[in-house]
Ligand binder design. Structure first.
Ligand code: GLC
Length: 590
């Protein structure tokens, strides 16, 4: 592998020499070669880096942070932005983005259910097809690298990133994560297994800064870490050949992952044989002790190959050059990291110009809408039904609650913006729950209304409850009740209205994790967990009207109280008295 890229690099140096001579610049020397390689190990955010700066800082990668998009947010606008970076440098950039449930930064993209719903579906073939569809929509915008899937095996659902996890069960996470990676990379987009390691095991109260769990500390012995949290990485690396791994902000027993040579080099690269590149998380090395120089020395020597430094990319390149000159980072470590970056770029066809850009007609195509609709149907979990479901298509329905007509709440965080949208204004492509009901009732003589004054005229009330959107630590919760952390304020009134209606009530909960429903469940005739289902709500009505049966099963244990630190089936000290619905539970139409 080393010799392979040395020849490519020598060709590029020759090109620089020729251009240098032609432009009467001094010949390229060893220091400049080293500095060019070091620049390949740094990633900047698009808002803080212009193509013109490449001449002095030929960075290896650019990213779009959550919600970061070109002024022209069309597919061609995205492609033009990436091309502008490409044509200004001799070593092609690799452009990364979080497309964690479809190409969610892109206006008009297909928004698939977040991973928690896909864990309920637990369908590897479906997951692979979603990886392919997502990869095509990402490729259509000229982007090369997707920071997905999350392989967290979440154990405490109070964590704000629970919905990015498939399940509390490592086998489900492993199977679905690998299927997604295979799908995504089969259409030429680099996947990212993240966040290495044990991001989903942090203990409540150990979170970083104001966070309760996010970026906190996993307090487990190595056997448990390997059995539950390392497990999904084995298949991701050995079967799906994942090209990149992102390091977790969190720590294990007080040791920050970004400085852990044992886990990043000895285990990930040595024992598991990972050949791709390891990238740090967003300024995550700044949580390490010391100055930026010392943080860079610690993380690079631990095994980080590329620094996600959205703002301090210049300082990072300069500090790394100094560290090599000072002997604090060896040239061999730089060479290894550089070879890994070039390995990924070569696998993507960036070095020989064979990277394939799909036609923008794939974006929110009929095929992708139908795929997302299938995923929504398979993600639903029926937790109670006294016979009110399936609904008759001729039924008169009063639809109430914040989830009734709001694609923003249906999609959750990482949708158009980092923290998600509280309305559907930026999701014109979406079909809302109300629209989905209307499309069925309208052609079957049914009636759908959101006018509560008609409550006495209807056959059934559909109560659409919802969480507000959130991402990462912002979503950390200490109260999982329906009036608790991050629940939409309109839920309470809707719950009361449904209760007083004396009508059959079908409750649909749109949330990024299980919530406490023990109090209210007795007033409901049916209860469906819809998770964060995204842009295709007709996948819900397909099932509610009985055209499709329920198949979803709970990917997480559902608690009776907010003390969810030990409810996972993976927890040897599980508190069985705190379980409302068991992991794996789900009803269907007989
Ligand atoms: C965030 C997340 C990570 C994401 C990265 C880039 O902080 O932790 O999952 O890929 O930054 O947006």
């Amino acid at each position: 592998m080393i010799t392979r890229y040395k020849s490519i690099f020598l060709l590029l140096i020759a090109a620089l020499l020729v251009s240098g001579c032609a432009n009467k610049q001094p010949p390229v020397n060893e220091d400049e070669v080293l500095r060019s390689k070091i620049a390949q190990l740094v990633q900047a955010e698009r808002n803080n880096f212009t193509a013109q700066q490449w001449a002095e800082y030929p960075l290896g990668s650019i990213l779009s942070g959550g919600g970061s998009r070109p002024a022209d947010d069309s597919a061609s606008g995205w492609r033009l932005m990436v091309e502008n970076y490409q044509k200004s440098t001799s070593v092609p950039v690799i452009y990364g983005i979080d497309a964690v449930h479809g190409h969610n930064n892109l206006l008009g993209a297909t928004i698939f259910p977040h991973n928690i719903g896909l864990g309920a579906a637990n369908d590897e073939d479906l997951m692979r097809r979603i990886g392919i569809a997502t990869g095509k929509e990402v490729s259509a915008t000229g982007v090369h690298w997707n920071f997905a899937p999350t392989l967290a095996v979440v154990q405490d659902i109070r964590w704000g990133r629970t919905y990015e996890s498939y399940s509390e069960n490592p086998q489900i996470v492993s199977a679905l994560g690998s299927a997604y990676i295979q799908g995504l990379q089969s259409v030429g987009i680099a996947a990212t297994a993240k966040h290495f390691l044990a991001d989903g095991a942090t203990v409540f109260g150990t979170g970083s800064g104001s966070y309760l769990l996010d970026q906190g500390d996993a307090q487990l012995d190595e056997a448990e870490i390997r059995r539950v949290h390392l497990y999904p990485y084995l298949a991701a690396i050995r079967e799906a050949d994942v090209l990149t791994v992102m390091v977790s902000f969190s720590s294990i027993n007080g040791d920050k992952m970004h400085a852990s040579k044992y886990w990043l080099t000895d285990v990930l690269k040595g024992e598991l044989g990972f050949k791709g590149l390891v990238i740090s998380d967003w300024e995550a090395i700044h949580q390490l002790p010391g100055s930026l120089y010392q943080q860079i020395v610690l993380s690079i020597n631990a095994g980080v190959d590329m620094l996600m430094e959205p703002f301090l990319w210049k300082e990072s390149v300069d500090a790394m050059v100094r560290a090599v000159k000072n002997g604090d980072i060896s040239k061999q470590r730089i060479e290894d990291a550089y070879q890994r970056v070039m390995y990924v770029k070569e696998k993507l066809g960036l070095l020989d110009g064979s990277f394939e850009v799909y036609d923008e007609s794939v974006i929110h195509s009929q095929e992708h809408q139908e795929l997302a609709r299938e995923a929504v149907s398979k993600s639903l979990v029926l937790l109670k039904n006294n016979g009110v479901l399936p609904l008759k298509k001729t039924a008169k329905i009063l639809l109430i609650g914040p989830g009734a007509d709001n694609a923003g709440l249906a999609s959750g965080g990482w949708t158009f913006s980092w923290q998600g949208e509280s309305t559907g204004n930026q999701l014109p492509q979406a079909t809302t729950l109300k629209q989905a009901f209307e499309s069925v009732a309208g052609v079957n003589g049914g009636m759908i209304t959101t006018d509560v004054t008609k409550i006495n005229e209807v056959d059934v009330v559909v109560l659409a409850l919802a969480e507000n959107p959130y991402a990462e630590g912002v979503g950390d919760a200490n109260d999982l009740s329906l009036n608790g952390s991050l629940m939409n304020s309109a839920n309470k009134e809707a719950i009361e209205l449904a209760k007083l209606s004396k009508k059959p009530v079908v409750t649909i909960l749109t949330a990024g994790r299980p919530r406490l429903i023990d109090e209210e469940l007795k007033d409901w005739d049916a209860f469906v967990m819809a998770w964060l289902y995204g842009s295709e709500a007709n996948g819900i009505t397909d099932v509610l009207y009985g055209d499709v049966n329920f198949t979803g099963k709970l990917p997480f244990s559902c608690p009776k109280t907010s003390e969810t630190g030990n409810i996972s089936t993976e927890n040897p000290n599980r508190d069985d008295s705190n379980i409302q619905f068991e992991f794996g539970f789900g009803l269907k139409y007989e």
